[in-house]
Design a protein around this ligand. Structure first.
Ligand code: ZN
Ligand code: MN
Length: 467
């Protein structure tokens, strides 16, 4: 299977690409329109600087070289939701080229180009009986189109590439990449060739896939169709396909256009976009550390496990919080346990943002566990209290009687009680059945309310067996 993907991403701007209309989602139809995006005669586009900045951010984040001079072009075609009769896009001089996305350590997927363009409006077929309505709120919303090289070799790999691209763009704050709201849309080009063949065969393009699952499914179905055609000695016809998720089928939509069908030419209303080195450098300097780099650093420098590093990079807030706690000197794998265990459970269990207790308080809590003042079990109780109580972990432990008990007399008292309550196990244990030690320790722990110092406890119980 040979796959290349085209991804349209809506940039996170307040206003449209060439006018001041709002880009907000879900407003009443045609509310966010003006002479420019309605294509009234004589209206002139003015490029949105924020859109240029975000498109540049995306390009650098995806490893592209940003062109000093790119050119807006008219892509001419007729469609009812395209009032100008052309889309403002970029053609032979796109904003950026030659990027890449790394998938794990082994696979590098090339990005051919990233260009800026505007979105079209929306045809609404289910609002009025027997008629199609047009909503132009989305007309002129700024997009980038990210075109990959035909480097992907399976449907799974295509989905992994899309996840990586989305993760990077969300990290870079370029877009919310919401597939539900249409701010991340995928067209997939697919072809089939025998193992070892180098030459590409005729491809088809599946349009507007709106979930990663649909991308995978549609690729599988279309690949299967190509294989059958090739095996039967037939030929694939280059065309545009649509995936119908309800019917789980891919059907032909129309013959594929070639780029000359669009009669591209430079838009005379827009001067070439010229970006200074200083501007591009400033954007580059403002980029955050990206997931792949952060993952590698967490594993190599902090000694965090691969699974924990994945979890900490998948959620930017968790990762940032984790780093603030380890900056205070706490042991990284222990902090990772806390953040991905108790904290995540509390956040998802209703505590919300309050689960992120001040980093120095969590570091303190980890410190008193390390120093043997409280047990791990007690620490979990203390953490739950910290979410709603501003006291220090030490003060909470004292007030709530959660300090670890390492006092021999108290520990011996609990041990004797447990032995007396379980005479059968007690005599077998004292008689040499050492494997019962764990059971008895558990019972003493329970009796102590989790406060018994586990090290001392096991010493004392061991001694009681006459070891
Ligand atoms: Zn407008
Ligand atoms: Mn496009």
């Amino acid at each position: 299977m040979v796959v290349g993907l085209e991804v349209h991403v809506q940039l996170r701007t307040r206003t449209k690409a060439f006018c001041r209309c709002a880009t907000s989602f879900g407003d009443p139809p045609n509310q966010n329109t003006c002479p420019v995006c309605l294509a009234l005669p004589g209206a002139l586009p003015v490029l949105n600087a924020k859109a240029v900045e975000l498109a540049t951010r995306a390009s650098l984040a995806l490893g592209c070289t940003v062109r000093e001079r790119s050119v807006f072009a008219r892509k001419n075609y007729f469609y009812p939701d395209l009032p100008k009769g052309y889309q403002i896009s970029q053609f032979d001089k796109p904003l950026a080229e030659h990027g890449r996305v790394q998938l794990g350590s082994a696979r590098r997927i090339g990005i051919t180009r990233i260009h800026m363009e505007e979105d079209a409006g929306k045809s609404v077929h289910d609002r009025f009986r027997g008629a199609t309505a047009i909503d132009l709120n989305r007309a002129g919303v700024p997009l980038i189109e990210i075109v990959s090289e035909p480097d992907l070799r399976s449907s799974t790999e295509a989905a992994a590439y899309l996840r990586a691209v989305r993760e990077i763009l969300v990290y870079a704050d370029v877009s919310d990449c919401s597939m539900e709201e249409g701010s991340f849309r995928v067209d997939a080009n697919v072809s089939a060739r025998p193992h070892g063949a180098v030459e590409l065969r005729t491809r088809t393009e599946i349009k507007n896939l709106n979930s990663f699952a649909n991308v995978e499914r549609a690729l599988e179905i279309e690949f299967e169709r190509h294989c059958k055609l090739h095996d039967a000695g037939g030929a694939v016809i280059q065309q545009t396909m649509l995936y119908d998720a309800g019917a789980d089928a891919v059907r032909s939509a129309r013959a594929k256009e070639e780029s000359h069908d669009y009669r591209y030419f430079p838009d005379p209303d827009l001067p070439p976009l010229v970006l200074s080195n200083g501007f591009v450098d400033d954007v580059r300097a403002s980029l955050p550390e990206f997931p792949e780099a952060r993952r590698t650093r967490l594993i190599a420098q902090c000694g965090v496990s691969v699974a924990d590093a994945d979890a900490l990079t998948a959620d930017r807030a968790l990762g940032a919080y984790f780093e603030r706690v380890i900056a205070l000197g706490a042991d990284a794998p222990v902090v990772a346990n806390w953040v991905l265990g108790e904290l995540l459970a509390a956040r998802n269990g209703g505590a919300g943002e309050a689960a992120f207790v001040a980093p120095d308080r969590l570091a303190d809590l980890i410190g008193i566990v390390r120093d043997g003042l409280v047990s791990n079990t007690a620490a979990k109780t203390i953490y739950a209290t910290m979410i709603i109580d501003p006291l220090s972990p030490r003060a909470i432990a004292e007030r709530d009687g959660l300090n670890q008990v390492g006092d021999d007399t108290a520990l011996r008292g609990w041990i004797e009680e447990v032995l007396a309550e379980n005479p059968d196990e007690a005599s077998r244990f004292i008689g040499g059945e050492r494997r019962l030690q764990g059971v008895l320790i558990g019972l003493v722990m329970k009796k102590s309310g989790g406060r018994a110092d586990p090290k001392k406890l096991s010493q004392l119980i061991g001694a009681r067996a006459g070891r």
